[in-house]
Design a protein around this ligand. Structure first.
Ligand SMILES: C[S@@+](CC[C@H](N)C(=O)[O-])C[C@H]1O[C@@H](n2cnc3c(N)ncnc32)[C@H](O)[C@@H]1O
Length: 408
């Protein structure tokens, strides 16, 4: 069957329509491309490209065909940046909204500082890498374009850890985080720790110079506190805590948030995590930081208490879905920062819409829920001044953004 790709879907697959108008998904395609192949169950699994798009490029990674880590490496950087901006534009337009979109801020290659790798014990040795596309097969990655070189440098040690503590029955999942003091590794799914495994893993952590190694939730070696720097403050996030995916993405978001709140002197940072925005903002403003996870709030508070020269930061562990800040609480602030999880913050947006807060800096990892919440704010009288698309999940279909809302 011959098909022309109309557009990309939210997972980055090409979408075409057959003669009956039925959607057909075609992997690794670009809009306008003409493809040929067998269609089964609404999918053309092995397309032959008849007419390539001018936006098609040779993928810069030799693992791209097999590895499931990247989905859009066959597209030019300019195409991906415009496509991500278009995803935001369409989500806003579906809610009857429109806003000036700034050029996408894309993180460079090899900048991901947080990633999860999979390890599988083999008869001899071990396999370590990322999952193949839509599969639980592990693809060994020796030369990844995505991950920070410091994370890549730990791969031989992690492979050794799978040999020591992996079981033939399942995988070991390694969550790697690059910190100011080295790589923090949390391994899940390996054999239970006994004293000889503990000893061998602790020796391995020393030889690989890891900041910390935890195994099935238990710290095996904490050689240096795995700290992050947020402005003047050093914070040690709890294991597995949220962290913006790249330092460059975090800097782009922080700069947009700073610009949005302007000279505000009393700021609320809602869904504050460990203080990515709250602590730098406290260099010039009093900040009230609220978040659902008590351990993250404790880390933020500890970081603030030990940082020089910051204004006052108050903290609150609070479920902002069930107990959003109410208008009388919000009206104490000159600006509010919101950075909710993928579900967005409908309840909090409703209270903000009823408040008198002059400025809202919004950060979002989901354009659809962002647009829903933006509509609530707009119905409450806020203008959407601008949106900055931020791409810190390079070559993936994931779209993030920062935005400013204001009211007179
Ligand atoms: C996208 S992260 C942003 C964190 C922080 N602003 C940052 O940039 O590092 C979303 C945060 O919302 C928190 N969260 C999720 N559900 C929540 C809820 N119902 N109430 C309060 N916080 C919640 C998560 O723990 C997480 O820290």
């Amino acid at each position: 069957m011959h098909l022309t790709i109309d557009r990309l879907g939210h997972q980055g697959d090409g979408i075409a329509h057959d003669a009956d108008g039925v959607a057909v998904f075609v992997p690794m395609m670009l809009p306008g491309e003409v493809v040929e192949g067998e269609v089964a169950n609404g999918r053309m699994a092995a397309p032959k490209i008849v007419t390539p798009s001018p936006d098609r490029v040779k993928a810069p990674c030799r693992h791209y065909r097999a590895c499931g880590g990247c989905m859009l490496m066959h597209a030019s950087d300019a195409f991906v940046a415009d496509w991500k901006a278009e995803v935001i534009r369409l989500a806003l337009s579906a809610q009857g909204l429109d806003a000036p979109l700034r050029p996408t801020a894309t993180s460079p290659a090899r900048s991901r500082r947080r990633a999860t790798l999979s390890g599988r014990r083999l008869k001899s040795g071990a396999l370590l890498g990322l999952h193949a596309r839509a599969s639980d097969t592990v693809v060994e990655i020796t030369d990844c374009q995505l991950l920070h070189p410091a994370l890549m440098a730990t791969l031989p040690a992690l492979q050794e850890a799978v040999v020591l503590g992996g079981s033939r029955k399942g995988e070991v999942a390694f969550t790697l985080t690059l910190t100011k003091s080295g790589v923090d590794v949390a391994a899940e799914g390996g054999k239970p720790l006994d004293s000889s495994l503990f000893q061998a893993l602790a020796t391995l952590a020393g030889a690989a110079d890891l900041a910390r190694l935890s195994w099935n939730g238990e710290p095996v070696a904490t050689r240096r506190p795995p700290a992050q720097r947020f402005g003047e403050a050093l914070v040690v996030p709890p294991p597995g805590a949220f962290l913006q995916a790249t330092a460059e993405g975090e800097a782009a978001l922080l700069s947009a948030v700073r610009e949005a709140v302007g000279g505000a002197s009393r700021i609320a940072d809602l869904f504050c995590g460990c203080g990515t925005f709250a602590l730098p903002l406290a260099e010039g403003a009093e900040v009230h930081a609220a978040e659902g996870e008590a351990a993250m709030i404790a880390a933020l508070d500890h970081g603030w208490r030990h940082a020089p020269g910051l204004r006052r930061v108050t903290t609150e562990t609070r479920d902002l879905f069930r107990r959003p800040l109410m208008p009388d609480e919000l009206n104490r602030f000159d600006a509010v920062v919101i950075d909710p999880p993928r579900a967005g913050c409908e309840a909090q947006a409703r209270e903000l819409a009823a408040s008198k807060v002059p400025v809202i800096a919004a950060v979002s990892c989901n354009p659809v829920t962002f647009a829903r919440d933006a509509r609530i704010l707009s119905e409450g009288g806020y203008r959407l001044d601008w949106v900055l698309p931020v791409d810190q999940f390079r070559w993936s279909p994931h779209v993030e953004l920062a935005a400013r809302f204001s009211r007179d």
